[in-house]
Design a protein around this ligand. Structure first.
Ligand code: NAD
Ligand code: UDP
Ligand code: UDP
Length: 327
């Protein structure tokens, strides 16, 4: 029982818990009655993301870098620590690979010692610039090992290898989710990802920067749907290890995304074209047959509905900034 007399479920560690996805996950786990330990080095995470949770009797936050060992007693681990936006993960690429690889070794070592179940936030970037479309879990991917995205892609691929080796060699209970592009409130306004960029540009009347001709595709999942997928994957029987794709199979071009955002915001921003980043995947869409069958899960929030919520979040944030500047 916790101090409020409610049954306590599990002691759960969330690495990267002060980030975009991590903070939503911490909230969800607390609401389900768990004790939550959030570990973050605040590279891209923010204290404000977890501020409302700090007074919660079952929540604890620890500043720590997962490339260093961590000795705590837990039942479950969600390993999310790693910058996710290309701008951030390319800022210090060596640290990005270290975070994925050494971070995975440390968290798997912790899982081995405590017999905790461990979830890995893997990524659709495992598939690189894919020749198989939509991407199924069996597809082995097409990643440029030498390019600017490799620190992230190859770091995450090595982490998957470590997860499966700890599972085979040390019987660690693993759950690997391959996450596709996810958006929603608490994305950083300056993290360079397409949804946050386009919304901020639309709300502030700046030009909307479409990289390349805008014909490249992505499939955007709303954060609440994704977190539900995490929790369901963690709850599967021990023989379910993944990898399982978690994402929204509704695929659109980047040009279409820009037009949706202009339409919802009513913005007069112009669409302009800029250079396509090196190794930018031309198409991406998850095949979620496995997730549907094994987790009985599929995204429920339509793109328009999710964008409306995300735009409202950024609008509020920009208004608060204007008030602070004016004061
Ligand atoms: P985010 O950048 O908001 O969160 C990552 C968090 O990890 C941040 O709070 C950051 O401070 C923390 N962190 C980074 N390096 C760390 C280290 N060495 N030690 C401790 N903490 C560290 O990104 P996000 O979108 O919330 O992504 C979370 C996870 O999901 C990442 O592992 C990412 O690769 C994965 N993922 C996200 C998406 C997406 O669309 N958001 C897609 C695929 C995979
Ligand atoms: N580790 C950790 N917390 C623990 C147990 C291990 O951070 O509770 C780290 C430790 O740094 C170790 C790594 O995880 O080097 C891998 O652990 P493992 O038991 O696989 O290897 P070993 O300790 O034999 O190097
Ligand atoms: N993109 C864009 N304008 C921007 C930011 C991104 O056209 O201001 C494009 C980017 O080139 C890519 C897609 O949008 O094709 C998704 O980019 P993001 O960085 O959000 O995610 P990822 O490339 O990791 O899927």
């Amino acid at each position: 029982m916790d101090s409020q007399g409610l049954p306590t479920q599990n002691r759960v560690l969330v690495t990267g818990g002060a980030g975009f996805l991590g903070s939503h996950l911490c909230e969800r786990l607390l609401a389900a009655g768990n004790e939550v330990l959030c570990v973050d080095n605040y590279f891209t995470g923010r204290r404000s993301n977890i501020e409302p949770l700090l007074d919660h009797p079952r929540f604890e936050a620890l500043r720590h870098d997962v490339t260093f060992p961590l000795y705590v007693e837990v039942d479950e681990i969600y390993n999310l620590a790693c910058p996710a936006s290309p701008v951030h993960y390319q800022f210090d690429p060596v640290q990005t690979t270290k975070t994925s690889v050494i971070g995975a070794v440390n968290m798997l070592g912790l899982a081995k010692r405590t017999h905790a179940k461990i979830f890995q936030a893997s990524t659709s970037e495992i598939y690189g610039d894919p020749e198989v479309h939509p991407q199924v879990e069996e597809y082995r991917g097409s990643v440029n090992t030498l390019g600017p995205r490799a620190c992230y892609d190859e770091g995450k691929r090595a982490a998957e290898t470590l997860f499966f080796d700890y599972h085979r060699q040390h019987q660690v209970k693993i759950k690997v989710g391959r996450i596709f592009n996810t958006y929603g409130p608490r994305m950083l306004p300056n993290d360079g990802r397409v949804v946050s960029n386009f919304i901020i540009q639309a709300l502030t009347g700046q030009d909307i920067t479409i990289y390349g001709d805008g014909q490249q595709t992505r499939s955007f999942c709303f954060v609440d749907d994704l977190i539900e997928g995490f929790v369901r994957l963690m709850a599967t029987p021990p023989d379910v290890t993944g990898p399982i794709n978690l994402g929204n199979p509704h695929e659109i071009t980047i040009g279409e995304l820009a037009r949706h955002i202009l339409d919802i915001t009513g913005s007069g921003s112009r669409l302009i074209n800029a250079a396509l980043p090196v190794d930018d995947p031309m198409q991406r869409c998850p095949d979620i047959t496995k997730a549907r069958a094994i987790l009985e899960w599929e995204p429920r929030v339509h793109l328009r509905e999710g964008l409306v919520q995300t735009i409202a979040y950024f609008d509020k944030m920009l208004s608060a900034q204007r008030t602070t500047t004016a004061a």
